[in-house]
Design a protein around this ligand. Structure first.
Ligand code: FAD
Ligand code: NAP
Ligand code: SF4
Length: 672
């Protein structure tokens, strides 16, 4: 008897059977734009098909030039383009999987001057004012969706997903927020739904009876003047009647100011939306957002929230997620921690998508995992993310690895990160590494600070130094005052004296410390608390499901300071920085930039801001002023002529994050 009876149950669609209830959701990877990229995508998707994904949906591909998301982005408009997709469909089918092409028309989110929309209204997150489509152009666009679907079949896809959510073109026609037309595609509900429904009808005709047609329907826009709940239901029924095989859930427009997939969103926080639609249509429903664990997916299906579960980023983190669950090996799953750092943030910076916890994602052909030509004895010093990645990868290739860790547990700074409210998922990475180390037979010596003497005496073939970082001690008068403390002490729970705290340094760790200090405490119902805090209205009293946010007050008064004159938090990540800035601002955190630190004494922290002297009367000063590499061991070994490989913070501490640490550790171990 499996632990996941609902998740692993096949689903008969009448003309084809999905082998289980998992959908690998659509993600743009940055490889869609060239034939060479599509070859690499073949390897990427095939690995997920072998790993058990029930149905794979590709990244979005535009049905015409106006609809591309940026100039030169993927489109499918003629047979020669269709042929370039063959490596994907053939690889997936050879691996026993099914794959649909997502047709995405970016509408007013297109980042190019040719952007079009139902009405000429600029999106708040876009610099481009779109042109309103004429009525004949709307008709032409519908035909182009159908042509794209035919070409997808020619390319060997098992069907398509029509992207009708997230604030893209189809969604823009539905919502009064973006549709102010007065022709037969605007005004009444029937008119606003005409475009998406007609797209589905003609796409169905183009696919024939036996093509899978998934419609991604925005069930919760999370913007003002989005759809009402009745409109969501009416659209669902209309696309079902027009020929959809499956309805997938879309949550939140890109311009919504409510988090939908970041790590601080509780697991399965949005499946209630899909459940609300159940019973209104007969086609299977897919639910989504922050489902990263087969046990959670099983629970969601078992309680009847949906028929299928979509996971996108979790398949970047671990291609074998489903197979491991089915084989009773869930502890071996490399879990997506929802950080967005190597996937969405990378895409926004124009890089190829990957994964912080799995740097081989989308780099399968470039970073093959092959057995080592000769097994070496390797010492890895430091069990932070860099050392763990190195040790596991090297052992997987057949090397004999001994891992030294000075503290009593593996993890390095991840043991601090996982204690920050909203970053609890980081503990999953440590569970994964713990399981892998044991399985791979790595000799782990915890509570053992490795010395140069013992490493030299043991005559390892290689010594890898992953000793991480030490916090920087800034040059401020009074740094030894009893009110001053380091971030590790605060995060590990040593008491913070008094209700007024200054945080020196507003980088990633300064923000995390401020989050911890202003957090009102955990609640028994995290999903309910999340909804209340962000004003997500389950009752759907207003269009878009947006209600009034009820923030919980901070238990402390916090000042977050930096020397740079830029806006505090300007350097935080694109997709999550705004959430962190919003939360702290609404909890009343005072953010000061352009600060010069003068002294710390009984009166508090003395600073100059814009040249003006000021005393911030605080009880505690927490230092979060960056870090320096921890190099003593490497220096002594080098002086003795023992060659060392440096990875992670021990190598370069500036702008170090776990993405670089794990990537560097993995690549170094693949090269040895
Ligand atoms: P470390 O994690 O510092 O590990 C080094 C290890 O070496 C330690 O365990 C140490 O005990 C051990 N060691 C040192 N000397 C010896 C010795 N002689 N013998 C044996 N063992 C030794 N990064 C992100 O990408 N995203 C985030 O959201 C994020 N959040 C963070 C939040 C907080 C609060 C903190 C503190 C960090 C966060 N980071 C985040 C940063 C991330 O944790 C680090 O970049 C990463 O841990 C660096 O990995 P590392 O292996 O180089 O070093
Ligand atoms: P950081 O991001 O480099 O920030 C260091 C902060 O200290 C900056 O605000 C800097 O700003 C200040 N500072 C530097 N030198 C100083 C000095 N001599 N005196 C006073 N202030 C000084 O480093 P971090 O916050 O320690 O984080 C370490 C790494 O972990 C980062 O690279 C980050 O990527 C990663 N991390 C990521 C996340 C995440 O959510 N993605 C979270 C936590 C950590 P000024 O110079 O302007 O004062
Ligand atoms: Fe998940 Fe982070 Fe990997 Fe993206 S980078 S897939 S969010 S773990």
């Amino acid at each position: 008897m499996t632990t996941y009876p609902h998740l692993l149950a096949p689903l008969d669609l009448g003309f084809v059977t999905l082998r289980n209830r998992t959908v690998m959701g659509s993600m743009h990877t940055g490889l869609e734009e060239s034939p060479a990229g599509l070859e690499r995508l073949g390897a990427f998707y095939a690995a997920r098909a072998r790993g058990g994904a029930g149905l794979i949906v590709t990244g979005g591909v535009a049905p015409n030039t106006e609809g591309v998301i940026f100039p030169g982005a993927a489109k499918l408009t003629d047979p020669s383009e269709a042929r370039t997709h063959r490596p994907i469909t053939e690889a997936v089918h050879a691996a026993g999987g099914l794959i649909c092409l997502q047709i995405l028309h970016a509408g007013r989110y297109a980042a190019h001057p040719g952007a079009v929309a139902p009405s000429a209204i600029r999106a708040p997150i876009s610099p481009v004012k779109p042109r309103a489509l004429g009525e004949a152009e709307v008709e032409r666009t519908i035909d182009e969706f159908a042509r794209c679907a035919s070409l997808a079949r020619e390319a060997g896809y098992d069907g398509v997903e029509v992207m009708g959510s997230e604030g893209y073109l189809l969604n823009e026609f539905v919502a009064p927020r973006t549709n102010q037309r007065t022709d037969r595609f605007g005004g009444s509900l029937e008119n606003r739904l005409r475009f998406p429904v007609e797209v589905v009808r003609r796409v169905r005709a183009a696919l024939g009876r036996e093509g899978i047609l998934v419609f991604r329907l925005s069930m919760l826009d999370l913007v003002e003047d989005g759809s009402s709940w009745d409109e969501v239901v009416t659209l669902a029924q209309a696309v079902e009647a027009a020929g959809a095989t499956i309805i997938n859930t879309g949550i939140g427009w890109h311009e919504a100011r409510i988090p939908t997939i970041a790590t601080m969103v509780p697991r399965a926080a949005y499946t209630w939306v899909t459940r609300k639609l159940r019973g209104a249509v007969r086609v299977p429903l897919v639910t989504t957002n922050r489902i990263n664990d087969p046990a959670v997916a099983e629970q969601v299906l078992a309680r009847g929230d949906a028929d299928l579960v979509s996971m996108a980023r979790p398949f970047l983190a671990d291609p074998d997620l489903v197979r491991k669950a089915a084989e009773g090996r869930a502890a071996e799953i490399n879990t997506c921690i929802g950080c967005n750092q190597a996937c969405l943030d990378a895409i926004f910076s124009g890089e190829v998508c990957s994964c912080l916890v799995n740097p081989r994602a989308c780099h399968e052909t470039e970073l093959p995992l092959v057995p080592a030509a000769a097994a070496l004895r390797i010492a890895v010093v430091g069990a932070g993310p860099a050392g763990l990645a190195y040790a596991c990868t090297a052992a997987e290739r057949g090397h004999r690895v001994t891992l030294f860790e000075a503290s009593a547990e593996i993890g390095g700074q991840f043991n601090l990160a996982r204690r920050i409210p909203g970053k609890e998922e980081f503990a999953e990475t440590l569970r994964y590494f713990r399981t892998r180390l044991a399985q791979l037979g790595v000799e782990v010596r915890l509570g053992h600070r490795a010395t140069a003497d013992e490493l030299a005496a043991a005559r390892f073939d290689r010594v890898v130094v992953a000793t991480g970082v030490v916090p920087r001690r800034p040059d401020i008068r009074g740094l030894d005052h009893p009110s001053v403390t380091g971030y590790a002490d605060v995060i590990e729970g040593r008491r913070v004296a008094g209700p007024r705290v200054a945080v020196v340094g507003a980088g990633g760790i300064g923000f995390d410390v401020a989050e911890l200090l202003t957090h009102a405490g955990d609640e028994p119902d995290p999903v309910g608390t999340f909804r209340a805090e962000w004003g997500i209205d389950e009752a759907y009293a207003a269009r878009g499901g947006v209600g009034k946010a009820a923030r919980r007050p901070s238990p402390r008064q916090v000042f977050l300071l930096q020397r740079k004159v830029a806006k505090v938090g300007a350097g935080l990540a694109k997709t999550t920085g705004w959430i962190r800035r919003t939360l702290l601002a609404e909890r009343g955190v005072t953010m000061l930039s352009g600060v010069t630190y003068e002294a710390i004494d009984d009166a508090g922290l003395h600073v100059r801001v814009g040249g003006e002297a000021r005393t911030i009367p605080v009880d505690t000063v927490v230092i979060c002023a960056g870090q320096e590499p921890r190099r003593e061991l490497a220096d002594v070994l080098a002086a003795r002529g023992v060659p060392v490989t440096l990875v992670g913070g021990a190598d370069v501490a500036a702008e170090l994050d776990a993405r670089r640490a794990i990537d560097q550790g993995t690549r170094a171990a693949l090269a040895v």
